[in-house]
Design a protein around this ligand. Structure first.
Ligand code: ZN
Length: 492
């Protein structure tokens, strides 16, 4: 990067060293106990805020490839931010790492075939060894730094790995988390072992995870006990007092592949008003959806709606959107808001339809506010996001309760709903850390929850996995890395 003069565009969102000073002065308000402020406090302008991402891509039919990469937390922003905000505003709020070729914003660290970590008897330690090697590299980057020439001057950059992002199963695997979504008890009473969240005891007896209010019982257990018995290799890195936060929930999986995918099935309830069997209704709904997207300029990847795509094997199961593209969830949510906003609800369904409309409206406002904002939210934006997020949480739960009363299988409250509430509370908490002057001047100061989103990383995983499928069997790891380097050269 230094040799090709790419450090600014690849790691600093196009800015200079002042970008890093600004980043850390804001970060310090929320995480003052991070050891980096003790170890590197005198030269924060040389410290790079980094994230690591890990996920599996498909290698062969029954084999997955674990792909690990790293990236800067600072990027060139999102397209809506660039379209709707002034240049000065974009500079002040800094950018999320969403724009540009993923080859120039994400960097491959390692790959590992799933056979090496699924079959414990064979070489179960290989994943642990790989993680230890990765952590060793990050430790060296943290302590010794890397000397480069940047903008004509020889300086030393230090890499600070702040978080690991990925979907929930991956966080649990790499973090040795004993408390995760898989602990949810089916039918039986919750026990001490049924905590579904690594940040609190939600899911345990006495701590229902569907509570979202500020007085939710799980709130008093937030960050009160470690969610592992054996710490993962990542815990060798310098960590703040609450190392659980290193493993962060991802807004994309929690919304587009989570609560909003549950909400989109509200469109099945348009069946209340469209005659015919399920496939006929789905065809009609799809036609309306397509024409809504065309007239409102929303892109849609879906080519039709089927029972399978809405997860409706039979009438007794809880449907949920299972389409591949997360962006389609956002498009359908807009359609749901539009449709339920216009609907004259049949007698007895007024409250149900109103709740669906308000839930969709709130979630659309949250998404649009987050995507048009920078890496750092202004207090006004953060307050709006928190307010509408809580409104969504309330309305979604009401939808779920009303559906239950009507004996309809809809709007399941899944562990992702709880993760969504945590993301909301993080915004509220950060708002509470601000001094009056920042609030009065509406200075950007709250981390946008999208900074931990895996949306772009999903595409990256797809393209690295594709490279791996063109390698010779037996040389997948080395072959993928070689092909990656060739592609990197082309995209550079
Ligand atoms: Zn929790």
């Amino acid at each position: 990067m230094a040799l090709h003069d790419k450090i600014s565009s690849c790691l600093l969102g196009g800015g200079g060293l002042e970008t890093l000073s600004t980043f850390w002065s804001r970060y310090r308000v929320h995480f003052p106990d991070h050891p980096l402020f003790r170890d590197h406090g005198h030269h924060l302008q040389f410290c790079l805020p980094l994230l690591m991402h890990a996920d599996e891509g498909r290698y062969l039919k029954r084999e997955q490839l674990l792909i690990m990469s790293w990236q800067s937390m600072i990027g060139e922003g999102t397209r809506p931010q660039r379209d709707y905000r002034s240049e000065a505003d974009c500079r002040e709020t800094q950018g999320l790492n969403f724009k540009g070729s993923s080859y120039r914003t994400r960097f491959l660290l390692a790959t590992l075939l799933s056979l090496h970590y699924r079959k414990k008897n064979r070489d179960g330690d290989r994943l642990k060894n790989l993680l230890n090697a990765v952590v060793d590299d990050f430790l060296e980057f943290y302590r010794a730094g890397v000397e480069v020439v940047f903008q004509g001057t020889r300086i030393k950059f230090y890499g600070i790995l702040l978080n690991l992002k990925g979907d929930w199963p991956m966080l649990s695997k790499l973090g040795n988390l004993k408390q995760h979504f898989g602990r949810k008890t089916k039918g039986g009473a919750p026990t001490e072992q049924s905590a579904i969240c690594h940040l609190c005891r939600a899911g345990c007896a006495g701590y229902p995870y569907h509570e979202f209010e500020i007085n939710a019982k799980w709130y008093e257990t937030y960050l009160q006990r470690r969610p592992w018995s054996t710490p993962s290799p990542f815990m060798r890195l310098p960590m703040p007092a609450a190392p659980e936060l290193f493993f962060c929930f991802d807004m994309f999986h929690v919304t587009h592949k989570g609560v909003l995918a549950e909400l989109t099935v509200a469109l099945l309830d348009m069946g209340l008003f469209v005659p015919g069997d399920i496939p006929t209704r789905l065809d009609k709904i799809y036609d309306d959806l397509k024409s809504f997207c065309r007239t409102s300029g929303v892109s849609l990847h879906l080519t039709r709606l089927t029972r399978q795509l809405v997860g409706l094997k039979d009438d007794s199961c809880y449907p949920s959107g299972t389409w591949f593209k997360g962006a389609d969830t956002a498009a359908i949510c807009k359609f749901v808001e539009h449709t339920f906003g216009q609907l004259t609800a049949p007698a007895g369904f007024e409250l149900y339809c109103e709740c669906i409309h308000l839930a969709a409206e709130a979630s659309n406002t949250v998404l649009s506010c987050m995507y048009t904002s920078g890496l750092w939210l202004r207090p006004m934006e953060a307050s709006a996001i928190a307010r509408h997020s809580l409104c969504f949480a309330r309305r979604f739960r009401e939808c779920s309760e009303l559906a239950f009363q009507m004996e309809k299988c809809r709007f399941r409250i899944t562990p992702k709903y709880h993760a969504y509430v945590h993301l909301t509370h993080a915004v509220i908490q950060q708002l509470g850390n601000l001094v009056d002057e920042v609030l009065e001047n509406d200075t950007p100061a709250i981390l946008n929850p999208l900074s931990y989103s895996c949306q772009l990383d999903e595409d990256y995983i797809g393209s690295i996995a594709m490279l791996s499928r063109t390698t010779t069997t037996g040389h997948v790891h080395e072959g993928t890395m070689n092909r990656y380097l060739v592609t990197l050269q082309r995209e550079w």
